[in-house]
Design a protein around this ligand. Structure first.
Ligand code: AMP
Length: 532
């Protein structure tokens, strides 16, 4: 594990030692240190999703008011380092204010700051901490700009921070996807926080009333209660049982806009902040009806199927989507559609800059298609033109891997694929679905077969066509070569995700493979429903 203090050192490591610009994914976990299981859950998710994990540890003076605990904030440097080491972190970035801001005492008069919209900063914690989120937005902008991560990880515990960072990233076009991880609690429900260190054993126990109160609202909500007043009342009734807790606010708001809600129609968030002893503590719960998933934290499951060419991924994925009434996301068709568009525009597919210029003009849409109750390849539209057949032409087939290997192309299409997956309920197949597109998929399958088996299948397919038949060994040679290229290319190489289930299909029929995956999916969907 490497430790860096200076921005230039960290950048040199990312650019030169790791060559991250060549396609290695980077996960950033920004923290203020005094690490606990909540932080470690973010690190674990980043480790699972990304090639390189960077944790920043910085107690940011800009987000503390002069009356707050900047100087008392715990800084157990050796302990934090050991925890990062044990969590297999690649690098810790531990700048001083001087390293990060160029001055030891950053303030409005000495450094540029980022001001998020007041509609987000004036509510909830913003009422008692008016400059806090400006400090948070400034430091997060700097960290995203310095590290340029593929993904940055934040905890739902700081829900207002999450809403602000999502907007900040959108409004300033900052790099990286924002990944939000669930709240980690102690066994008695208290949300873990570095500031829990300020609490005595008795205060820790008293502080559990925060969670108990929002839980009461959650129970009322699950019994059908949707009105603000009554949801708040059920939480307040529990809160009043613990006089040691001084309430700052208890609010019902929309989790993204933070607007107060009178009724929870689709989704709401009950958020609480209170002082217990020396610590200001936060907690929240997202209220959402299970049958109306519209929030990333409670979406329908995603099935990600990866594997080498010719393993039968698309046949299996399409049938599974049909059986389970999920959307089949044919990512290969999206790369083909873009290739078709590039060729239509008479642009050389190898001219990366010209392809990147075309990207904003190409609107690709996939529409599920079923005939006589049999699932068909999805209908593919580019703008308003149907190209389902056209994208299967030999010219497109020849060029699609050149297009799919380009950074700008992958960024755009992966983003679109992730949008399709926002509400879950999809089956996607490709080479990097479980590793890059949906690293948080509930079910990841790595579908493979020996080279010989895939060569024989391809041979049988060719026998059905008019095309000339090559020798089996020749087919096997080209499949092995394609495997080598797919798994060694610098952008999103084919890899089995650590948590993927490998299915070797040599001695299985497509039906047996489908059966197996459907069974796994049903187990997972059952567990998810039971845990909600
Ligand atoms: P902090 O060090 O308090 O700035 O937190 C760093 C990151 O860890 C933030 O994104 C927090 O939301 C997240 N975090 C802190 N506590 C928890 C927790 N109990 N569960 C999940 N994430 C947390």
């Amino acid at each position: 594990m490497r430790i860096f203090n200076a921005v230039t050192e960290l950048r040199h490591y990312l650019d030169t030692d790791l060559k991250t610009s060549k396609g290695q994914s980077v996960g950033l976990v920004p923290t203020m240190g005094a690490l606990h299981e909540g932080h470690l859950s973010l690190i674990k998710q980043a480790r699972n999703d990304c090639d390189v994990v960077v944790v920043s540890i910085f107690v940011n003076p800009l987000q503390f008011d002069p009356s707050e605990d900047l100087h008392q904030y715990p800084r157990p440097a050796a302990e934090d380092k050991a925890l990062c080491q044990a969590a297999d972190v690649d690098a810790i970035f531990v700048p001083s204010p001087q390293h990060l801001y160029g001055v030891s005492y950053p303030s409005l008069s000495t450094v540029t700051q980022v001001v998020p919209p007041t509609s987000l900063t004036s509510r909830l914690c913003g009422r008692s901490r008016p400059t806090h989120f400006q400090g948070v937005a400034t430091v997060v902008t700097k960290l995203l700009s310095i590290v340029r991560p593929t993904r940055a990880y934040f905890g739902q515990k700081d829900a207002q921070q999450v809403a602000i960072i999502k907007r900040l990233q959108q409004d300033l076009n900052l790099p990286g996807d924002i990944i939000v991880c669930p709240i980690v609690r102690s066994s008695d429900g208290l949300a873990l926080s570095s500031r829990n260190r300020y609490l005595s054993a008795l205060e820790c126990q008293q502080a559990t009333v925060l969670y108990k109160s929002i839980q009461a609202a959650e129970v009322a909500f699950q019994h059908g209660e949707r009105s603000r007043d009554r949801l708040l009342k059920s939480a307040q009734a529990v809160l009043t049982t613990e006089p040691a807790v001084t309430l700052d606010y208890l609010e019902l708001v929309h989790p993204d806009t933070l607007e107060p809600l009178q009724t929870v129609n689709t989704v709401g968030m009950m958020a609480i902040a209170a002082q217990v002893g020396k610590a200001r503590l936060l907690d929240n719960t997202v209220l959402q009806a299970i049958d109306r998933p519209s929030h990333a934290l409670e979406r329908l499951p995603i099935i990600a199927i990866d594997g080498p060419a010719g393993a039968g991924k698309s046949t299996v994925a399409r049938q599974i989507a049909h059986r389970l009434k999920l959307l089949y996301l044919d990512t290969g068709a999206m790369y083909r559609a873009l290739t078709w568009f590039v060729l239509q525009q008479n642009v050389d597919p190898a001219d990366e800059a010209a392809v990147a210029r075309l990207l904003p003009q190409c609107k690709i849409q996939l529409i599920a298609s079923v005939e006589n109750d049999r699932p068909q390849p999805p209908k593919v539209m580019v703008d308003d033109q149907e190209v389902t057949q056209a994208i299967r032409s030999a010219a497109v087939t020849r060029q699609v891997s050149t297009i799919a290997a380009q950074v700008a192309v992958r960024r755009k299409l992966v983003e679109q694929q992730q949008q399709y997956g926002f509400k879950g309920g999809i089956v996607a197949d490709g080479r990097d679905i479980g590793t890059q597109v949906f690293p948080d998929a509930e079910l990841k399958i790595f579908l493979t077969a020996s080279v010989q088996e895939r060569a024989q299948r391809r041979y049988r397919d060719l026998e059905q066509t008019e095309q000339p038949l090559p020798a089996i060994d020749e087919l096997a040679g080209s499949i092995a070569e394609r495997d080598r290229k797919d798994s060694t290319r610098s952008i999103s190489p084919l890899r089995k995700a650590a948590d993927a289930i490998e299915i070797v299909t040599d001695n299985l029929t497509a039906e047996q493979v489908i059966e197996k995956i459907v069974e796994l999916y049903e187990q997972i969907a059952g567990q998810l429903t039971a845990s909600r």
